[in-house]
Design a protein around this ligand. Structure first.
Ligand SMILES: Nc1ncnc2c1ncn2[C@@H]1O[C@H](COP(=O)(O)OP(=O)(O)OP(=O)(O)O)[C@@H](O)[C@H]1O
Ligand SMILES: [Mg+2]
Length: 206
């Protein structure tokens, strides 16, 4: 097998795949001030020992991606052995790539990577394309990760009720293993009101 065939196209160390806006995120109260204590404590626990799905749902700006960034940073900093085979995936980009991939090879390498990488951070699941074929591929990805018991952190604006309403009961049932689906605030937009936002604005103003 040639080297380029053996390479996971696009594979990068986890640290390099975490968006820079989450560089300072960490799963503790100081770095997540306006968030339920239980969610932060649970994120810290998960970062120390990532097992199964950890799904964060909530409205826009409720701090889902920030908390997930905190978990990813903690995994990197603690040199968890799975770190070499972990990646941060952008849900809408993956959904957009599905069509492209399927035109060339089945399954496409992006889908294959999403199914098999030992630790995945999937941001904005179900944002973007949700046509029947894309949803069928998501179902395939989630079912494969569940069957192999792979560690997967997910953020999504869709509540379990929303997903059930989209006919995604199979997905909801798997995502709930083993930690349930964590609902962050339905109405707090921390992008506008969070203590962290004020601090970030202060910093950018010098
Ligand atoms: N725990 C927190 N306490 C205070 N402010 C926070 C917290 N988490 C996030 N913020 C602020 O809110 C902003 C938005 O957070 P984040 O990007 O995590 O939201 P989100 O839930 O992922 O939203 P979306 O659904 O739009 O992707 C952050 O850039 C930060 O300024
Ligand atoms: Mg987000």
């Amino acid at each position: 097998m040639r080297f380029d065939q053996a390479t996971d196209h696009g594979a990068m160390p986890l640290a390099a795949t975490i968006p820079p806006e989450f560089a300072d995120a960490w799963p503790d109260r100081a770095h997540c001030p306006d968030m339920p204590k239980s969610a932060v404590a649970f994120a810290a626990q998960y970062a120390a020992d990532p097992v199964g799905f950890f799904v964060l749902t909530g409205s826009y700006g409720s701090g889902k991606s920030w908390l997930m960034g905190g978990i990813a940073n903690a995994v990197v900093r603690r040199h968890n052995p799975t770190i070499r085979t972990a990646t941060w995936l952008d849900g809408p980009k993956l959904a957009a790539g599905i069509e492209v991939d399927y035109g060339v090879t089945v399954p496409g390498w992006r889908v294959d990577r999403a199914k098999t990488t030992p630790l995945v951070f999937l941001d904005d699941f179900l944002t973007g394309k949700t046509d029947a074929r894309t949803l069928a591929v998501w179902d395939d990805i989630i079912a494969a990760r569940h069957a192999a018991r792979l560690a997967t952190v997910i953020t999504t604006n869709a509540s379990s009720g929303d997903m059930a309403g989209m006919g995604l009961g199979r997905i909801v049932s798997r995502l709930a293993w083993p930690h349930g689906i964590r609902q962050l605030s339905r109405d707090d937009d921390l992008r506008q009101t969070g203590k962290l936002t004020a601090k970030q604005k202060g910093q950018s103003n010098g």
